[in-house]
Write a protein of this length. Structure first.
Lengths: 255, 574
C-alpha cells in the first residue's frame, strides 16, 4: 500500500479528494491530511507518507516551500501539485524542485488516479520489460500464490466470468455456497483488496491484452471485458493505466 | 555690499546716486571755482582801473604842484626878493599868481632856513621845520628837484601833511618853496574817487602813511602789510582784502589801494551750501527715480519670479499678466506659452500613465479572475460530489476545461486538445439536453498532433446540437479526421467531418457557404466565424463546406492544411 497525504486549505476540496478518489483501486491509502504547509510538514514527520498531493496556494507555508522542505527531509517522497491556474512560474519552480507532477484544478474524474499511477509506475526508471511493468502497474496475486482454497476458487470464478457485465459478488458467493460476507473477508485478507477491486483490475489487465491488437476497437474491448458503458470503461482504464485505452493502444505504456 | 546686491532697487539707487553725485559735486565745485575766478578777475580789473584813476589823479595833482614849485623856485623876482636881507611882502604877488591853479587844496610856504617867512595859508605861518634832517635836509641835498616828505612836526601813525619842497635856485641863502597838503585836504581830494567799501593809503617808501582813507582808515591793513614785509613774507598774507601797492613815479611815494575781496567767506559758504543742497536734492531724486526704475524693472521680474515659484509648486495654470510691449512683455508671453505647453505635456503624460494603469489593472483583473474562477469551479465540483450530484461535478470540471482553453492566449491548439474541448462541451450539453445525443470522436493517432486554429470544431458541434438535433432524442454526432491529398497534389490536407443525424442543412446555407456570403451566414455566427478564420489563416482553398447525404442529417467538412507548427496569418492583423 502506498501511503498518501492530502494537503489543501479548502475543506471541501480536501474532503473531496480524499473521499472521491478511488484510492483502493490504485493501491493507495490516505494516512494524513493538512490544511496548510506547516501542518503538512508536521504531519509528514509523523506519518511518513510516500506521496503528497498538495495545493500550491496555501496560508502560512505554500506548496512550493513545503515541497522544498519535504524533499530535503525525505528525498524519496513523491509530490503532486494541484493548482487552479496554470502559471508558468509555478510549473518552472515545480520542475526545478523535482516535483513529480502537476494537475490543474478542477480535474476530471480519474485524472488524479491516472496521474498517481503514471508517477508511481511509469517513471523513467521503471522496468523495461513490458510484462513486469504491467504487473507493477496492476498488481494481482496469481492463483498459485494464493493459499486459501476458497479464495483460489473465487479468483478462478472471476477469471472465468469477468466478461459478464452482470457479474456480482452475490453471484460468486452463491456459486461457491458460502456467505457473501465470509468470502469478502477471506478474499480481502488473502489478496489485500476487495473482490470488486480485484475484478476491475483483472478486467483492465485483460483489456490491455486485447488492446495490444491494434485492429481491435476500444468499444469491442470494453464489451469483451464486461463493460456496457464505454465511457465508464475508458475512465476506469485511464485511472489504472494512466492513459486512455486508445492512447495505450497506439503508444503502449512506455512511449 | 551684500545688502546692496540683495536688492535690485538698492543697486539702481547706488548706481544712480554715484553718477549723479559725481556730476553734481564736480560740476558744483567747478562752477563755483570758475565763477569765482572770473568774478575775481573782473574785480581785479576794475580795481586796477580804479587804482589807475587814483594814481593818475594823484600824479597830475603832484605834477601841477611840481610845475608850480619849479616856477616859484626859478622865478627871478622871488629870487631877487629873497636875496635881500629883508624880503618884503611884494613876493606874495608872484606867489599867488603862480600858485593860483593849486591853491584851493594846498598852501604854499616859503621857508628861509627853518623859518616860514611867507605863506598862502590862511591864519598865519606854518610851523618851523628842522633844518638838519627830514625834508629840508633832503631838499638841500637834492637841489633842483622836488622832494616829497612828511611834516615832521605833526606826523603820526595815522598820517601827516604831505610836503613837496624845492630849494630856490641861485641864491646864497637856504630858501625853500614848500607845497603843503594837509591830511584833510588829501583825504577830501581822494575821498570822492573811492568806493564806499574800498580803502586807500598814501605812504612814503617806509610805509609811513600820509593819509588813510575808507576801509584802511583804522590802519590795520597797513600794519599787516608792514609786518609781512619786515618778516620777508608775501605782503598779502593774513589779509582778506585785496591790496595793490604801486609807486607813484620816482617821488618816493606808495599808493596802497585796498578793495574788499570779490567774495566774502559767507558768499563762498553760501555757494557750497547750494552745492550741498543740490546733493541732497539729487539723492532724494535718485531715491525716487531708483524706486520708479526698480518698479519698472523689478516689478515684472518679481512677478516672473513669483510665477516661477508657483509653477514650481505645481500650479500649471500660472499666467503672467503684463500690459507691456517691451522685452518684459515678450518674456511674459513666452513664459505663458511655456507654462501652457508644459501643462499640455504634463496632461498628456498623466493621461498616458492613466491609460497604462488602466491597462495594467485590466491585465491584473484578467490574471486574478481565472484563478478565482477555477478555484470556485473546483470547490463546486467537490461540494457537488460530497452531496452526490455528479452532474454538477461534471459541469464544473468541463466548464473549467473549456474556459481554460478559450481564455488562453494561444490561437492554435493540437487537434487532440480541440477534440478534448469538444468532448467537455458535449458533456455539458448532454446534461443540459438530458442525454439526447452522443458524441463519437474518431481521430487517428497520427493526426492528433496536427495544429489547428482554436475553437473550430466546437462551433460546428454547437451548430449540430442547436440546429440539427433540436427536439430529437437519439442524436448522434461523429467527428472524423482523415488525411486527403490537397488540390496541388503535393501533400495532404486534414479533412474534419462533423456528421449528425439531424434535420439536415438547408440548400440555401450550402450555397451561402460555397459563396462565402456573410449576410446569409449571419444567423450562424459560429459557422461563419470558423469559415472566416480558416480562410484568413490558410487562404481560399480552405474552409467549411456542407452537404446533405441521402440518408438524412448533415455532413460538415473542414479542410485545413496539415501543419505541425502555427501558420503565419496571410493577412496579418492591421
Amino acid at each position: 500500500m502506498i501511503s498518501v497525504m492530502v494537503v489543501d486549505d479548502e475543506k471541501y476540496v480536501r474532503a473531496g479528494i480524499i473521499n472521491e478518489t478511488d484510492w483502493a483501486l490504485i493501491g493507495c491509502e490516505v494516512v494524513a491530511e493538512a490544511s496548510d504547509g506547516e501542518a503538512a510538514f508536521k504531519a509528514a514527520e509523523e506519518s511518513r507518507p510516500d506521496l503528497v498531493i498538495s495545493d500550491i496556494k496555501m496560508p502560512k507555508m505554500d506548496g512550493i516551500a513545503l515541497a522544498e522542505k519535504l524533499l530535503a527531509r525525505f528525498p524519496n517522497i513523491k509530490i503532486i501539485f494541484l493548482t487552479a491556474y496554470s502559471d508558468f512560474e509555478y510549473a518552472r519552480q515545480a520542475v526545478r524542485l523535482g516535483v513529480s507532477d502537476y494537475l490543474l484544478k478542477p480535474f476530471k474524474d480519474g485524472e488524479l488516479e491516472a496521474s498517481i499511477q503514471r508517477l508511481l509506475h511509469l517513471h523513467p526508471n521503471a522496468p523495461a520489460n513490458v510484462n513486469e511493468l504491467e504487473d507493477k502497474l496492476i498488481a494481482l496475486k496469481k492463483r498459485d500464490e494464493i493459499a486459501n482454497r476458497y479464495v483460489q476458487s473465487a479468483v478462478a470464478f472471476i477469471e472465468d466470468r469477468f466478461a459478464d457485465p452482470d457479474f456480482s459478488v452475490g453471484g460468486l458467493a452463491e456459486s461457491m455456497g458460502v456467505s457473501e460476507g465470509h468470502i469478502t473477508r477471506l478474499f480481502k485478507a488473502e489478496t489485500g483488496m476487495g473482490i470488486n477491486n480485484y475484478l476491475t483490475r483483472y478486467r483492465i489487465k485483460r483489456a490491455m491484452d486485447y488492446l495490444k491488437d491494434v485492429q481491435t476497437k476500444v468499444y469491442e474491448v470494453a464489451e469483451k471485458v464486461g463493460y456496457r458503458d464505454i465511457a465508464y470503461f475508458s475512465n476506469t482504464f485511464t485511472k489504472l493505466v494512466g492513459r486512455s485505452p486508445s492512447d495505450y493502444q497506439t503508444k503502449g505504456l512506455t512511449e | 555690499m551684500s545688502i546692496i546686491k540683495g536688492s535690485f532697487k538698492r543697486q539702481i539707487f547706488v548706481i544712480f546716486s554715484t553718477v549723479t553725485l559725481i556730476l553734481v559735486i564736480i560740476g558744483g565745485i567747478l562752477t563755483m571755482q570758475g565763477f569765482q575766478a572770473r568774478i575775481i578777475m573782473d574785480h581785479e580789473l576794475q580795481d586796477e582801473e580804479q587804482e589807475k584813476l587814483i594814481n593818475e589823479r594823484l600824479s597830475s595833482f603832484f605834477y601841477d604842484a611840481e610845475v608850480v614849485l619849479l616856477k616859484l623856485s626859478t622865478n627871478e623876482e622871488i629870487r631877487k626878493e629873497l636875496s635881500k636881507i629883508r624880503p618884503d611882502m611884494s613876493i606874495y604877488t608872484q606867489l599867488y599868481d603862480i600858485s593860483a591853479g593849486i591853491r584851493d587844496y594846498c598852501s604854499i610856504d616859503v621857508y628861509i632856513g627853518g623859518e616860514c617867512r611867507f605863506s598862502t595859508r590862511q591864519g598865519g605861518m606854518s610851523a618851523p621845520l628842522p633844518e638838519n634832517y627830514s625834508i629840508l635836509l633832503a631838499t638841500r641835498e637834492a637841489a633842483g628837484k622836488s622832494v616829497y616828505g612828511m611834516d615832521p612836526v605833526n606826523a603820526s601813525g595815522e598820517g601827516s601833511a604831505l610836503l613837496i619842497a624845492r630849494k630856490v635856485a641861485n641864491i646864497k641863502k637856504d630858501a625853500y618853496v614848500i607845497v603843503r597838503i594837509e591830511k584833510e585836504a588829501l583825504e577830501n581830494r581822494l575821498g570822492g574817487l573811492l568806493n564806499a567799501r574800498d580803502g586807500f593809503i598814501l605812504a612814503n617808501s617806509f610805509l609811513r602813511p600820509y593819509c588813510m582813507l575808507g576801509t584802511a582808515e583804522d590802519g590795520h591793513v597797513l600794519a599787516s602789510v608792514r609786518k609781512n614785509l619786515f618778516a620777508g613774507e608775501k605782503y598779502t598774507n593774513n589779509i582778506k582784502s585785496n591790496v595793490y601797492i604801486s609807486e607813484l613815479g620816482d617821488r618816493g611815494l606808495l599808493g596802497i589801494y585796498i578793495t574788499m575781496p570779490a567774495f566774502e567767506e559767507s558768499a563762498v559758504g553760501t555757494g557750497y551750501r547750494i552745492v550741498l543742497f543740490q546733493v541732497i536734492i539729487s539723492i532724494i531724486l535718485c531715491l525716487i527715480v531708483a524706486s520708479r526704475m526698480s518698479n519698472l524693472f523689478s516689478k515684472p521680474i518679481n512677478t516672473l519670479s513669483i510665477a516661477m515659484k508657483r509653477f514650481r509648486k505645481g500650479d500649471f495654470d500660472t499666467k503672467i499678466e503684463l500690459d507691456r510691449e517691451d522685452e518684459f512683455g515678450q518674456l511674459a508671453s513666452g513664459f505663458n506659452k511655456m507654462t501652457s505647453q508644459l501643462k499640455a505635456n504634463m496632461q498628456e503624460r498623466v493621461d498616458a500613465e492613466r491609460r497604462v494603469n488602466e491597462a495594467r489593472i485590466e491585465m491584473m483583473q484578467a490574471q486574478l479572475n481565472p484563478h478565482f474562477l477555477y478555484n470556485t469551479l473546483d470547490t463546486i465540483k467537490w461540494v457537488a460530489k460530497a452531496n452526490q450530484v455528479p452532474e454538477i461535478a461534471t459541469l464544473s470540471a468541463s466548464l473549467a476545461s473549456i474556459l481554460r482553453s478559450s481564455i488562453s492566449e494561444s490561437r492554435f491548439v493540437t487537434l487532440k486538445q480541440e477534440c478534448e474541448l469538444v468532448e467537455s462541451y458535449c458533456e455539458i450539453q448532454k446534461i443540459r439536453f438530458d442525454d439526447s445525443f452522443d458524441l463519437t470522436v474518431d481521430v487517428p493517432v497520427k493526426l492528433r498532433d496536427v495544429i489547428v486554429p482554436k475553437l473550430i470544431l466546437q462551433p460546428m458541434v454547437e451548430n449540430s446540437i442547436i440546429h440539427g438535433l433540436e427536439g430529437r432524442r437519439d442524436g448522434h454526432i461523429v467527428i472524423c479526421a482523415k488525411a486527403e491529398e490537397n488540390a496541388h497534389g503535393d501533400g495532404d490536407d486534414l479533412i474534419l467531418t462533423i456528421t449528425d443525424n439531424g434535420a439536415g442543412i438547408s440548400d440555401e446555407m450550402i450555397e451561402a457557404l460555397k459563396e462565402d456570403d456573410p449576410e446569409k451566414l449571419s444567423g450562424h455566427l459560429g459557422l461563419n466565424n470558423v469559415n472566416t478564420i480558416i480562410r484568413l489563416y490558410y487562404g481560399k482553398d480552405y474552409g467549411v463546406s456542407a452537404q446533405r447525404p441521402e440518408e438524412g442529417g448533415t455532413v460538415m467538412a473542414l479542410r485545413i492544411p496539415i501543419l505541425t507548427n502555427e501558420p503565419v496569418k496571410e493577412q496579418e492583423e492591421t
